[in-house]
Design a protein around this ligand. Sequence first.
Ligand code: SAM
Length: 293
Amino acid sequence: MGTGQRFVCWNKQTSSKCASKEETRPAERKDGMGSGRATGLDREALQQKIEALGPWFHNMVLEGVSSAPEHFLGDYPSVKFASFRDAIPDNLTGKTVLDIGCNAGFYSFEMKRRGAARVLGIDADEHYLRQARFAAEVKGVDVEFEHMPVWDIAALQEKFDLVIFMGVFYHLRHPLLALDLIHEHVAKDLLLFQSMQRGSMEITAVDEDYDFNAPAPFDEPGFPRMHFIEQRYSHDETNWWVPNRACVEALLRSAGFAILSQPEPEVYVCRSVPMAVPPDGPHAVYPAGRPGR
Ligand SMILES: C[S@@+](CC[C@H](N)C(=O)[O-])C[C@H]1O[C@@H](n2cnc3c(N)ncnc32)[C@H](O)[C@@H]1O
């Protein structure tokens, strides 16, 4: 995904799975995340401001007003989060969190609600960061949002207890580089990872080596495989690579992330583990932020 491009497929499909969330969900201020009303806007002005900041990919409920009530995936990402919310620590008191590709900040706010001392959300798209900053203002919570593509995370010069990398991997032209950079520069302990997956859900055990002249395992359904999207997938030109399940797991392991759990088919909770530095130097390249370069 080019950094100026926006994930656009949701507003090209207008299924109305959640026509109005206002009657079914409590106002955000009831969740203990600050008192709300920090903007001083009345409901009509709030609604207008939310519309002006649109289109939204995250359905945020701000003072009872839904930002994306007709999202093609339903009440997103709440519905997604429901399937893995218990897989990450409920108490994050004192922890630091980096949310890469934070969008309007749904996961950032949730981690703050769990007590994280510091939450930083970064995204390559200012459109979404404006939404995230406004949501933080309405909620009255201290979450930082910064414009930064994943390629520049070395510049943060900080490691975080929890790194969230949800829904970004397949939007990248160079996705393995992003995983390498995350491991090298920002992951101290846990990684919450999600990628779209397509193809076989089977896993073929990977051998340590393969003979050049022996029948290759590449066509087995469970062999790690990334599907390259030259044009578009789901009407979205920012979808570049779609791995199968075996590939996601192999890539995570290869980048230094031990898989702790897979609470739903696309979501992994991982632990960053040390990797031996090969004789020719670290795997990741350093496009930004290395002092003295
Ligand atoms: C599908 S949305 C996922 C949002 C959120 N993480 C979630 O799981 O709901 C992809 C997000 O990644 C951001 N993004 C795309 N390429 C990026 C990059 N190179 N660096 C940082 N963020 C990027 C987009 O702007 C968008 O907000």
